[in-house]
Design a protein around this ligand. Structure first.
Ligand SMILES: [Mg+2]
Length: 180
């Protein structure tokens, strides 16, 4: 059997890194909110407009991005995929410019084998030329040349235009079988 080597873009926030969990924790510390039982809802909908403004300032400062936990199995599966395919990390870091150095350091710590030249810190993602983009934000797929694979997240539960994966084991299965 010959296997195809795909060019695969992978988002960071809420795909490789569990950003949502850190934001729920941060809101608990910052505002005294107990949101752990509502972790299945988009964080923006759980905060007031002034609280959302404070969250945006905090994200723009960026240091939270240095301390995110990896998603379950993300490191293991990315390590496997890295050898079988051309993997690029594609993150809209320009949404929060202060995040750049912290995201770069995060990849260096958690994915030390990853070629820094395969990191794409961008704004709009449709400029990247990939066969597949794995992302939890469906608007990144709208002008994309390749195919979008939607990583399940509270904010995208109503989206049904794209193939959905629920975890990194799903991603591993997808590239091991269905796409070859
Ligand atoms: Mg994301």
């Amino acid at each position: 059997m010959t296997s195809t080597r795909y060019r695969i873009g992978v988002d960071m926030d809420d795909v490789i890194c569990n950003t949502h969990a850190s934001l729920i924790e941060w809101a608990g510390r910052e505002f005294g909110l107990s949101l752990s039982d509502r972790a299945d809802e988009p964080i923006e909908t759980l905060l007031t407009p002034p609280q959302n403004a404070i969250m945006t300032e905090m994200l723009n400062e960026g240091s939270i991005f240095r301390h995110l936990a990896p998603m379950d199995d993300a490191i293991e599966v990315l390590t496997e995929l890295y050898h079988a395919h051309d993997i690029f990390i594609v993150t809209a870091a320009m949404e929060h410019p202060g995040s750049l150095q912290h995201k770069f350091a995060w990849v260096g710590e958690h994915l030390p084998f990853f070629d820094p030249l395969r990191l794409v810190f961008c704004g709009h993602k449709h400029v990247v030329d990939v066969d597949y983009l794995i992302d939890d934000t469906p608007h990144h797929f709208e002008k994309l040349g390749g195919r979008g694979i939607l990583y399940d997240a509270p904010k995208n539960r109503r989206e049904n235009r794209y193939q959905r994966v629920r975890n990194w084991r799903d991603i591993s299965r997808l590239f091991a079988a269905a796409l070859t």
